[in-house]
Design a protein around this ligand. Structure first.
Ligand code: URA
Length: 213
């Protein structure tokens, strides 16, 4: 598994504003959207393409187009929904699947309450959108669902990650894993607290995007 912490002043600037407790929901949403588009640029670096020829007004030119079958983008409900527009802007032709996982606040273990995925993902690149890679339980579960369906590659785009979460996903999808696995994040923070929150983090991403339930 490859972990890529995006190193770019614009990403760092937007992430800093996102963390700020004074950043209210409308701005938080816009910053998330912008950050995802920037992260998606890195996350799609190895996306499968096919070579094509196009006719310019002057001459034929070699080029590429996204390979078929099309990639699948999977926002993890609820907070991942806030990342979908930013990803779709870069990959408008990708299909979209959905998974919903809730974390038990006592055990911190995830349980799946919704799955809307194609049964067969053979040959398809899969891009998971989940803002916070905290314990890693959710991402490891979602990656497993996609791998069982035959995905050609697994990439997660996260706003923030904790070392504990990276270690958990790496333990399940290590360097010998038979398909490419990648986590792209805007920041790698210090640790998790006792409630499984990323420190210093940005708080509850779902609440900050959509309000408290
Ligand atoms: N989920 C969040 O929204 N924030 C965290 O810090 C950890 C998990």
């Amino acid at each position: 598994m490859q972990t890529l912490v995006a190193d770019h002043p614009l990403i760092a600037h937007k992430l800093t504003a996102l963390r700020d407790i004074g950043t209210e929901t409308p701005v938080f949403r816009r910053l998330t959207d912008e950050l995802v588009t920037l992260l998606a640029y890195e996350a799609t670096r190895d996306i499968r393409v096919e070579h094509v020829t196009v006719q310019t007004p002057l001459a034929p030119a070699d080029g590429v187009t996204l390979a078929r079958p099309r990639p699948l983008v999977i926002p993890v409900l609820r907070a991942g929904i806030g990342m979908l527009d930013g990803m779709a802007r870069l990959l408008p032709k990708a299909d979209v699947g959905f998974v919903g996982l809730a974390r038990d606040e006592q055990t911190l273990l995830p349980s799946t309450y919704a799955t809307r995925l194609p049964a067969d993902l053979t040959g398809r690149d899969a891009f998971v959108l989940d803002p916070m890679l905290a314990t890693g339980g959710t991402l490891a579960s979602v990656f497993s669902m996609l791998a069982e369906r035959g995905a050609a590659s697994l990439t997660a785009i996260c706003l923030l990650a904790a070392p504990e979460g990276i270690a958990k996903v790496h333990a399940a999808f290590g360097d010998d894993y038979p398909i490419p696995v990648k986590v792209v994040t805007a920041g790698l923070d210090e640790r998790l607290n006792e409630r499984g929150y990323i420190m210093p983090g940005l708080g509850d991403a779902g609440d900050r995007l959509f309000g408290e339930i």
